[in-house]
Structure formats: structure tokens, C-alpha cells
Design a protein around this ligand. Sequence first.
Ligand code: CP
Length: 341
Amino acid sequence: MSRPGLLSVADLGRGGIVEVLHLADSFAEVSERAIPKVPALRGKTVATVFFEPSTRTRLSFEAAAKRLSADTMSFAAATSSVTKGESLRDTVETVDALGVDVMVVRHASSGAPAQVARWVDACVVNAGDGQHEHPTQALLDCFTLREALAARAGSPPADDLAGVRIAIVGDVRHSRVARSCVLAFGALGARVTLVGPATLMPPTTQGWGVEVRHDLDEVLPEIDVCYLLRLQSERLREALLPSLGEYSERFGLTRDRARRLDPDLLVMHPGPMIRGLEIASGVADSARSLVTRQVHNGVAVRMAVLFRLLAGGLPSEPTGAGPAADEASPAGSGQGGARHG
Ligand code: CP
């Protein structure tokens, strides 16, 4: 039987999110030290087990584990015996048999980390599964936004995002980041609007607690934060978009659109960014952009998650209804709590 892990933002609830943010405050301070390392997880082993490419998430988890003095192991499907036909189950049971405490799993199938958690003894952390969730991305986004708002107000970071108006823009339908962010931003009291073409919206947003709009220019003057999603260019082949040029014109933060923005509007993007498509370089590199800060803060937030898991489990306070994966997956629904028998 597996130990508690983190498969969804819903595993945390508001109380759990706030606890992770507070822990991350402490670990952010550790990261600023000349030797950014503490012995908190000495003797523990963290394995990153990635069946999909990653730059930020994988390096960030590995940096987090090392700063906590844990040992690390790294598995990438492309250079593993998966290429010889080894199954998901045999692969993760092999990694588990090597003696790991936490398995950080990314997979193209929604629900794969939940299935892995039923097979292994290690705690499983979802590092992005199909179109389902990417919980640590949403946590680092909450941390970054709260940090930016506090810096602007000249006050300590708040425990919530009450009343903050956030537009999540682009391919919401296929975005695991959007699903986790809707849960996390909503749990902290933000007002979330989804913006994009109807073809890139989920079939239903009933129970999500969001507004859905299709005109970015109408929405921009009404918001505090514009959270852009990566446009997955394969959606063009699926005929969900007329052309990339038209998408950029209607839903990109282009140079022209940027000239009309409120000077206080903050811009976020989970990466990888496609410059010139969903975001102009001038916007990505501007003072309003939190993109680099999001990456930077990911280490402290993931230190907090790893520490809490190995210090006895993340607190559970289900958030109730929220976004779910649109598609059934071979590995299961991907929904559910952190414990799996
Ligand atoms: N944001 C994010 O998940 O980036 P990577 O795919 O590089 O990990």
C-alpha cells in the first residue's frame, strides 16, 4: 500500500495549500543562503520518473530534493528499458524496489500517477498527468502571485488571493495547469475567468466556479492577472483553430495589445512559452512578467511539498467539486484522494 502523496490540488484543500505556502516561505529563505541546503531529508530518496519531456518541473524537484539533503534518482522514459517494451507497472515497481521514499511522476495519460500510487510503496507526487492536473505548478503560481502582490502593497504575503481577478487564457481544454490553477486560485478566494476560443474550452465548466469569456480585449481591463497557457500546436492539426496567426491576434499578449494594458496588470505563464504566439517577447521580458519568478519559486514550493510528505503527510481537506479530466484514460480517472489501497 502506498503512502499519502499529492495527486491533485483537491488533496490539499485551502488549509493544505496555505500550509505549503507557509513552509515554502521558510524554504525560500534557505534558498537565499550562501549554502542553500538543510539536512531535513537526509537519508531519504526522491526519484523523478518522467514519461514525458520536462525542463522546469524535473530540474526543480531535483534541486528541491538536493537542498533538503535527500538522495536523488532520475528516470527518463526515452533512455530507459521502456524503449524495449517494459510496461509502466514493471518500470515503477523496479524504481520502487530500489528503495525510494517519493516518486515524482509525469505521464501523458490522465490518472497515471494515481495508478502508480496503487502499485508502489513510495509517496507519489503528480508532476503533470495528461489533461488532468499539475498540482505543484498551481502551488508555485499561488506562491508567486502572493509574493508579487505583497511586494506591491509593501506588506507581508497574505494567506489568500481574496478578490484577485485572474484570467486564464488559451487552450484550457487540454491544460492540466489550468485545471490545477482553477482549484488552487479558487480555494484561495480569487475570481477566475477562462478566456479562449470555444473550441479550446472544456465541454463543461459546471462546478468549476469560473466565468467563461471569448474576447480577451474585453476581459483585459477587468483583471489583475493574465495567466497565459501554452498553445499546443498539435491542436491546429485537429482543426480546433483556423491558424496560429489568427489565434495570436485574438488571444495572444501581442506587442500591440501590451501597449493598451493597465500598467499594474501582472502576466504569468507556466512555460514553456512560445514567444511570438501566445506572448510577445517584449511582454515576457517586461517588469510585469512573473515568468522567471515562477520558475525560481518552484524550488522552495517543491521543497515544502517533499518535506510535508515525508514529515507525516499533507493535511487533507477536500475542496469538493472542481475541474476533472475531460477524457477517460487507460490508467483511470485520475481523481481521488492521496491514499490508495
Ligand atoms: N511548467 C512545466 O511543467 O514545465 P516543464 O514541462 O518544462 O516541466
